[in-house]
Ligand binder design. Structure first.
Ligand SMILES: C=CC1=C(C)c2cc3[nH]c(cc4nc(cc5[nH]c(cc1n2)c(C)c5CCC(=O)O)C(CCC(=O)O)=C4C)c(C)c3C=C
Ligand SMILES: [Fe+2]
Ligand SMILES: [Fe+2]
Length: 341
């Protein structure tokens, strides 16, 4: 029988916490036209400006959460790959990163070198965005084309509304939700509003009214990151039977001066404290593995901010990481991936 390899794909991290390694990672990441979607000369200028101060700040932040084995994102993604392997009887299971190592190019060449002809390509992003899903798939297509590889891809589609993902989120969060808490904040990674306008197939739906993302359906929903985040949040809260005042959604990690999708997590932390929330739970459902954005931005800086604003406790709920329910869910989702190339 023909072997079907599984390639799990995540974002990637710097090789180390050295400023030079962080600069080179940020340069590769931010020069991606799907991430900073501006014409090359403007992007080059903007990224060069960002690279004056950001690498040092980010290196410091990475150093504060780095593990002896490496970046949490990379280590957790590798552990997930190892946990999935015994369940994927169809062929080999490998990990690739969009930025840094192991690169998509290296991993596809390795699989092709083993005689593999079919790959299930699994971007580990529940909600669709050009800056995550599209860029990963396009990079795989580039490698296949430029290296002349005889590989067919089945691509895992965004799974923001799939019961397997939502049930795994519930299973992983249950022990934390069993504790006493005043509010649950679902903090998703943010995006510049410009990205939503670009992927809106009607050119006239997104961010036009207060609730347009709540009402998105069909092709609009399939391309609207914000709408998918809101749906994941609502479906998760419904599964847990949470009342509307017990939970809310926000968007974190804004970079630069452009307007990003709202509400901003930073603003929500102050608002919730001002409303008298003392015990806050924060989950980050756009990330399947803990990383700098969850551990440092929320777990360290977010906690500090919430406590300074009058809150008493911020509990960060771990990402899905290697939870058994997630391992099973991922295998099921990957088996359903449609043939795309
Ligand atoms: C224009 C900038 C950025 C966009 C757009 C963006 C989208 C986006 N990112 C993730 C997931 C992750 N991002 C991570 C780190 C990170 N993201 C940006 C910028 C944008 N992201 C930067 C500059 C960084 C590096 C860290 C820093 O300097 O702040 C990570 C963690 C990587 C790690 O090593 O831990 C993840 C994961 C999503 C899901 C997304 C769009 C929806
Ligand atoms: Fe990011
Ligand atoms: Fe929208």
């Amino acid at each position: 029988m023909t072997e079907q390899a599984l390639l799990l794909v995540n974002l990637g991290s710097p090789a180390s916490t050295k400023v030079a390694d962080v600069r080179s990672y940020l340069n590769q990441f931010l020069m991606d036209p799907y991430v900073i979607d501006l014409p090359w000369p403007i992007r080059r200028l903007l990224v060069s400006l960002i690279l004056i101060k950001r690498p040092e700040q980010s290196a410091h932040a990475y150093a504060s959460i780095w593990w002896p084995e490496g970046s949490p994102l990379t280590v957790l993604s590798q552990r997930l790959t190892d946990a999935v392997r015994p369940h994927w009887n169809e062929g080999p299971v490998e990990l690739a990163m969009r930025y840094g190592e192991p690169s998509i190019e290296r991993s596809l060449l390795k699989l092709a070198g083993q005689g593999i002809r079919q790959v299930t390509f699994a971007p580990l992003y529940p909600q669709f965005a050009d800056s995550t899903t599209t860029t990963a798939v396009e990079e795989a297509r580039r490698v296949i084309r430029e290296k002349g590889l005889d590989l067919k891809l089945s691509v895992l589609q965004p799974f923001y509304d799939q019961p397997e993902y939502l049930d795994a989120l519930v299973a992983s969060a249950k022990p934390y939700l069993a504790q006493d808490f005043d509010h649950l904040l679902l903090s998703f990674h943010g995006l510049p509003e410009r990205h939503l306008h670009k992927t809106d197939p009607t050119g006239s739906h997104c961010l036009k009214t207060q609730d347009c993302c709540q009402r998105a359906e069909g092709a609009v929903l399939a391309n609207c990151y914000r709408a998918q985040c809101l749906q994941s949040g609502a479906a998760f809260a419904e599964r847990l039977g949470l009342r509307p005042e017990q939970w809310s959604v926000s968007f974190q990690s804004r970079l630069g001066r452009a307007k990003w999708i709202e509400p901003y997590t930073e603003a929500r932390l102050d608002e919730l404290a001002a409303q008298g929330v003392k015990k806050l739970l924060v989950m980050c459902p756009a990330f399947v593995a803990d990383c700098i954005e969850t551990l440092e931005e929320i777990g360290d800086r977010g906690r500090e901010q919430f406590l300074a604003a009058g809150g008493e406790e911020l509990q960060l709920v771990p990402c899905l990481n290697t939870h058994e329910a997630w391992v099973q869910a991922l295998v099921t989702l990957c088996r359903r991936a449609p043939q795309a190339l």
